[in-house]
Design a protein around this ligand. Structure first.
Ligand code: G3I
Length: 359
């Protein structure tokens, strides 16, 4: 079930303090709960529910297990979870035919014990494909793709509400299809094949195409639009598009362009979700307080586009605390998320809350 047009998943979540819970993070009797942040805002999931949206974050099972404040903060504020790493091809099937679902299962069990919905990320992505796949002949690659998608989607059938079926298939420079092992081995039809395989494996999960850099109106968003329109027109079982929304407060698409892009995707009959949002601020001028305020405005503007669009069903942040963001590893020290390193809600958190509440 999805928020908005379909019945909203309403789950009574009893926040069991800040205890870490069992191996899968499921709540147990609180013992010595870790320090709860002093600014203890209302659950963000409540504001999102007012707008009829799911609100989520990307997480890692090791942090859910080992950091009780991380787990408690995540459980309190979010009703939607994406595995940042553990449900990709490489960790799931590092060797041919040898599946390791342990990490993904921990995240799914945590979600189920916390009244959360799950997005599977991602069935096909060139950057998380194990080396052995790159060595396959085209016929072997087709068999491996079919086997991977069927095995993974069937394993999580009924427990994963949404799948990122294909991730980042559009080339940044020319709007064509990205030169990946899948395109080289299987031709452009691999995208449709992947969606059909996922649908056969789970008739009920929502199936999504996910990409970055196509949030506003530009060559890449036009290419994404044309790709998914072609899939829809060909009867391919695609339900939605994920716009990753990795932004820099120093320069990002105007909200009006994002709204127009989302609207044209919605007009195709697709759902749209913000799938991996973070807002970099290290390149902004000004003191810390002014940069955090600017970040709040960017979050409020972008999430406000989703809040105002009935066919935008969810907002997911790529992490939720500045203590754990891929941005630091890939771009250098930054503070791109809603909570600081001490799990204190930042102005950005309240910008998102304002967006959901229409303030
Ligand atoms: O934890 C494992 C370790 O056990 C293992 O031995 C080692 C082997 O390489 O990998 C470790 O996992 C790392 C993982 O992050 C968890 O920290 C991987 O090396 C590392 O490649 C992986 O990076 C992730 C990256 O995608 C590639 O999968 C980042 O955390 C994640 O934030 C990033 O997320 C992507 C989205 O999926 C797609 N959109 C862009 C976004 C940012 O690149």
């Amino acid at each position: 079930m999805k928020p908005g047009g379909v019945a909203l998943v309403v789950a009574l979540v009893v926040t069991v303090g800040a205890c870490g819970g069992g191996d899968d993070g499921s709540p147990t009797t609180p013992t010595n709960p870790p320090p709860v942040p002093t600014t203890d805002p209302d659950p963000l999931r409540n504001a999102a529910a007012v707008a009829g949206k799911w609100v989520g974050a990307a997480v890692q099972s090791s942090l859910l297990r080992n950091d009780a404040t991380y787990a408690a903060t995540f459980r309190k504020h979010f009703d939607y979870v994406t595995a940042e790493w553990e449900m990709k091809w490489d960790p799931l099937q590092r060797e041919p035919g040898v599946f390791d679902f342990s990490g993904g299962d921990r995240i799914v069990r945590f979600a189920e014990s916390s009244g959360m919905n799950v997005k599977g990320h991602a069935l096909l992505w060139h950057q998380a494909t194990p080396a052995w796949v790159e060595e396959l002949s085209p016929p072997e690659l087709r068999i491996a793709m079919e086997d991977h998608i069927r095995t993974v989607v069937q394993h999580y059938r009924g427990r994963v509400a949404v799948w990122d079926v294909v991730n980042e298939a559009i080339d940044d420079s020319n709007g064509g299809l990205r030169d990946t092992v899948f395109l080289r081995g299987l031709g452009p039809g691999y995208i449709a094949e992947a969606f059909r395989l996922a649908r056969q494996a789970d008739p009920d999960a929502l199936l999504v195409y996910n990409d970055y850099g196509g949030e506003g109106l530009n060559q890449k968003s036009n290419a994404i639009y044309n790709l998914v329109r072609g899939l829809k027109e060909s009867g391919v079982p695609i339900d939605g598009v994920g716009l990753q929304m990795h932004l820099s407060a120093a320069g990002y698409p105007p909200a009006g362009q994002i709204a127009a892009n989302v609207a044209r995707l919605a007009d195709l009959g697709l759902l749209v979700n913000i799938s991996e949002m973070d807002v970099q601020i290290r390149d902004l001028a000004g003191d810390a307080a002014s940069r955090l305020q600017r970040q709040r405005e960017v979050y409020r503007e972008a999430v406000g586009v989703c809040a105002a669009q009935p066919r935008c069903d969810a907002v997911t942040f790529w992490g939720f605390t500045d203590a754990h963001s891929w941005i630091d590893e890939f771009f250098g020290e930054d503070d791109p998320l809603l909570f600081d390193e001490q799990y204190q809600a930042k102005p950005a958190f309240f910008g998102v809350e304002d967006a959901f509440l229409g303030r």
